[in-house]
Design a protein around this ligand. Structure first.
Ligand code: S3P
Length: 174
């Protein structure tokens, strides 16, 4: 199977959808944030941001994207900021990667980001909204498939993704 790359803002549901898709499609799911944490030598993302700053985190994120370039048969749940560097997306898309944008309104991601301590860039609501508005068109631009997640169950979202992949296979882009 192709490599699937889930993108979207913090709280869009990437990890939950990746886990469900992994069961449906019988392929492993992988969390980029977990790979970043294990490379960093720290215990969590807030610790990385606090000790080394965002730039250090972003460099690790790019390193992880490079390690995933040649892989296939895998579902990748990315961090919401992965689209900040186009090179990250180029790396992730290498080897026939299909990019799936989980689209949500800001109200929905606010309601899902209960534990803000795990997301340094969500602690300030104003900053989060600015990031959301800046990123929305970038996610859309990279997406091969866009799926709305507001008021929809994980099952509905995953079914739409699977149909989207099937129709891409029937109508491959030039
Ligand atoms: C970030 C999103 C987080 C994590 C880090 C930065 C972002 O991942 O990578 O806190 O810039 O949007 P999730 O999208 O899984 O929360």
């Amino acid at each position: 199977m192709n490599k699937l790359i889930l993108i979207g803002f913090m709280g869009a549901g990437k990890s939950t959808v990746a886990a469900d898709l992994a069961v449906r499609l019988n392929v492993p799911a992988l969390e980029m944030d977990e790979l970043i944490i294990s490379r960093s030598g720290f215990g969590s993302i807030p610790e990385i941001f606090a000790a080394k700053g965002e730039a250090f985190f972003r460099d690790l994120e790019s390193e992880v994207a490079r390690t995933l370039a040649q892989q296939s048969n895998l579902i990748i749940s990315s961090g919401g900021g992965v689209i900040g560097r186009p090179e990250n997306m180029e790396q992730l898309k290498t080897n026939n990667g299909i990019v799936i944008f989980l689209r949500s309104t800001f109200a929905t991601v606010i309601s899902r980001n209960g534990d803000l301590t795990t997301r340094p860039l969500f602690r300030d609501g104003k900053l989060a909204l600015t990031l959301f508005n800046e990123r929305a068109p970038i996610y859309a631009c990279w997406a091969d498939i866009t799926v709305d997640t507001d008021d929809r169950s994980i099952g509905e979202v995953c079914s739409e993704i699977v149909s989207g992949i099937e129709s891409l296979a029937c109508h491959p882009s030039p």
